[in-house]
Design a protein around this ligand. Structure first.
Ligand code: UP5
Ligand code: MG
Length: 190
């Protein structure tokens, strides 16, 4: 029997656009497993792994961790989940991430949710999050915005050229954004 490839949805958008918030809602309604690449990297720091210090330094600078590290964590989490439907949140963040993921896993996303939000609003959200994230200070936030524009938006453009991007206005209140998300995810979920 041929093994069925898992369904993957990439959830992309700038720092603080609401990826994690909306993924939690999608999980509740549609039975996906949510894998935040950032959360997996932060857990790796906490676990005291040999890569921990390198990852911590990169996150502090808003830089993108080498794809082999992130992809290994994603693959492990996918295997351990027992599920076959995944929201991959905050990955791929650059062309190298994207190409390496497709090469290693042979998986292409079913579609890409792209949360579009102005920097001003994202900055407000990040500065009032208060969850003790080491990258939620104005210096690091500015670096994260720059990396997003230079390295991550091209990935969104790549998938847009393949007709895979579903763009959502994420500057609205959480519930309104989720109404738009539902309208996109529900028909794909039958
Ligand atoms: N909030 C959410 N939605 C709102 C709304 N509609 N209206 C008002 N408030 C809203 O939301 C942020 C805050 O805003 C929360 O307080 C929320 O209540 C509120 P959240 O849902 O957490 O937004 P999210 O987009 O998930 O923001 P996050 O900060 O997690 O995004 P980043 O992409 O910056 O962070 P991530 O964790 O993905 O990555 C962090 C770092 O890890 C990267 O900078 C990088 O250094 C590293 N990384 C890699 O190297 N490789 C990877 O593959 C992934 C990460
Ligand atoms: Mg997040």
């Amino acid at each position: 029997l041929a093994e069925k490839k898992p369904t993957v949805v990439f959830v992309l958008g700038g720092p603080g656009c609401g990826k994690g918030t909306q993924c939690a809602n999608i999980v509740e309604h549609f039975g996906y497993t949510h894998l935040s690449a950032g959360d997996l990297l932060r857990a790796e720091i906490k676990s005291g792994s040999e890569n921990g210090t390198m990852i911590q330094n990169m996150i502090k600078e808003g830089k993108i961790v080498p794809s082999e590290v992130t992809i290994k964590l994603l693959q492990k989490a996918m295997e351990e989940s027992g599920n076959d439907k995944f929201l991959i949140d905050g990955f791929p963040r650059n062309e190298e991430n994207r190409a390496a993921f497709e090469e290693v896993t042979k998986i292409e996303p079913a579609f890409v949710l792209f949360f579009d939000c102005a920097e001003e609003e994202m900055e407000r959200r990040l500065l009032s999050r208060n969850q003790g994230r080491e990258d939620d200070n104005i210096e690091t936030i500015r670096k994260r915005f720059k990396v997003f524009l230079e390295s991550s938006l091209p990935v969104v453009e790549y998938y847009d050229s393949k007709g895979k991007v579903r763009k959502i206005d994420a500057a609205r209140p959480i519930g309104e954004v989720f109404e738009s998300v539902k309208a996109i995810v529900a028909p794909q979920n039958e």
